[in-house]
Write a protein that binds this ligand. Structure first.
Ligand SMILES: Cc1cc2nc3c(=O)[nH]c(=O)nc-3n(C[C@H](O)[C@H](O)[C@H](O)COP(=O)(O)O)c2cc1C
Length: 301
C-alpha cells in the first residue's frame, strides 16, 4: 500500500465533551451524488469509542507545512487533544483545524466492518478548499507533490522551462567546472589533471578494473581515456596486467593523499546542504542517469 501515494488528513470529532483527532491516509471519496466520503479507523485506536459514538466528524486535509500536526495526531502519548494546535469550532462543535488545505464537515451515515478496522462513511455537509499545496504520504515518508515534467511536456508541447535546459544541465556543468577549478590547484601541485585524478581515485576505491569499467565509472572514454592511461603509465602511477589496470605504489600514495583532500573539500562544500538534501539530489541524478542509460540502449521511448 505504501506504493500508493496519498494525502494526509487529521479527522476530528467531539464526543462526551472531549475533542479527538487522528491522523489518517485512508480517506477517499465514495460518492458524488450524494456527496459521501469514507475513511478507515483501526479498532485498536484510542479514538475508536469517540468516532463510533459521535454523529459528526471533520476531515482536515493537511497542507504541506503541517507535518508537525500530522505527527502530533499520530504519535501523541496521551489521549487528549494537543493543546497547541490552532482550531475553530464548526459543525456539532467539532474542531476545524486552522491552516488545513481543505476541510470536509461530515455527518456520519454508516460504519462498516473491515476486519481490524472499520470504514466510516460521512455525508459532506460543508467543505472549504484553498490553494495551499497538500501534504503527501508515499512509501512511509512525507512528501511534497510537484507537477510531473512529462505532464507539462504534454500540455505545453515542450519540456518546462527551467528543468533540463535552463536548470539541471547548465547547473551541473557550472558546479562541475567550479569544483574542478577549485580542486585544480591541488591537482596541479600533484602534477596530474582532473581526468587522471578520476581514474586513480576510482582505482584506489575499487582495485583493478578493465578499460570498460573505468570508462563507465569515470565518464572518461575513447581517445581521451587512452591518453589518460598513457600519461598515468608514463608517470608510474598505474600499471596494466592482462586487461586490467591497477595503481602502482606511488599511484596509491598519491591517490590516497588526493582522496583525503577531496573528502575534506567535499565536506566543506556540502556544509550548507543537509545530508538528506544531498541524498535526494543523488537519487534524482541516479534516476536521470538510469533513464539516459535505458534510453540509449533503446528501452525508453
Ligand atoms: C500518515 C499516517 C496515516 C495513518 N493512517 C491511518 C488510518 O487511515 N487509519 C488509522 O486508524 N490509523 C492511521 N494512522 C495511525 C494513527 O494516526 C495512529 O495510530 C493513532 O493516531 C494513534 O493514536 P490513537 O490510538 O489515540 O488513535 C496513520 C498514521 C500516519 C502517520
Amino acid at each position: 500500500m505504501g506504493h500508493f501515494a496519498t494525502g494526509v488528513a487529521v479527522v476530528t470529532t467531539r464526543h462526551d465533551g472531549m475533542d479527538r483527532g487522528i491522523t489518517v491516509n485512508s480517506f477517499t471519496s465514495l460518492s458524488l451524488v450524494p456527496p459521501l466520503v469514507l475513511w478507515c479507523l483501526a479498532r485498536t485506536s484510542r479514538s475508536y469509542p469517540a468516532f463510533t459514538g459521535a454523529d459528526h466528524f471533520i476531515i482536515n486535509v493537511l497542507a504541506a507545512d503541517q507535518v508537525t500536526i500530522s505527527n502530533l495526531f499520530a504519535f501523541r502519548e496521551g489521549e487528549e487533544f494537543p493543546g497547541d494546535v490552532p482550531f475553530s469550532r464548526a459543525v456539532a462543535d467539532v474542531p476545524l483545524l486552522s491552516g488545513a488545505c481543505a476541510t470536509f464537515q461530515c455527518r456520519k451515515t454508516d460504519e462498516f466492518d473491515g476486519g481490524d478496522h472499520i470504514a466510516l462513511v460521512g455525508e459532506v455537509i460543508d467543505f472549504a478548499g484553498s490553494d495551499l499545496p497538500g501534504l503527501v504520504y508515499h512509501r512511509g515518508q512525507y512528501a511534497i507533490a510537484d507537477s510531473h515534467p512529462g505532464a507539462l511536456v504534454e500540455s505545453h508541447g515542450q519540456a518546462p522551462e527551467g528543468f533540463l535546459d535552463s536548470m539541471v544541465r547548465p547547473g551541473l556543468e557550472r558546479i562541475t567546472r567550479r569544483f574542478e577549478a577549485y580542486f585544480d590547484n591541488e591537482l596541479r601541485d600533484a602534477g596530474i589533471n582532473s581526468k587522471e585524478s578520476r581514474v586513480i581515485g576510482l582505482l584506489l576505491a575499487r582495485g583493478a578494473l578493465d578499460a570498460e569499467q573505468i570508462a563507465n565509472l569515470t565518464l572518461v572514454s575513447g581517445s581521451s581515456l587512452n591518453e589518460t592511461f598513457g600519461s598515468l603509465t608514463t608517470k608510474d602511477l598505474i600499471t596494466k596486467d592482462q586487461a586490467r589496470y591497477s595503481l602502482t605504489a606511488s599511484g596509491r600514495t598519491l591517490a590516497s593523499k588526493l582522496s583525503e583532500k577531496l573528502h575534506s573539500f567535499k565536506a566543506n562544500a556540502l556544509g550548507p546542504i543537509a545530508a538528506s538534501e544531498a541524498e535526494e539530489l543523488q537519487r534524482m541524478l541516479d534516476r536521470l542517469s538510469g533513464w539516459i542509460k535505458a534510453a540509449s540502449s533503446g528501452e525508453a521511448r
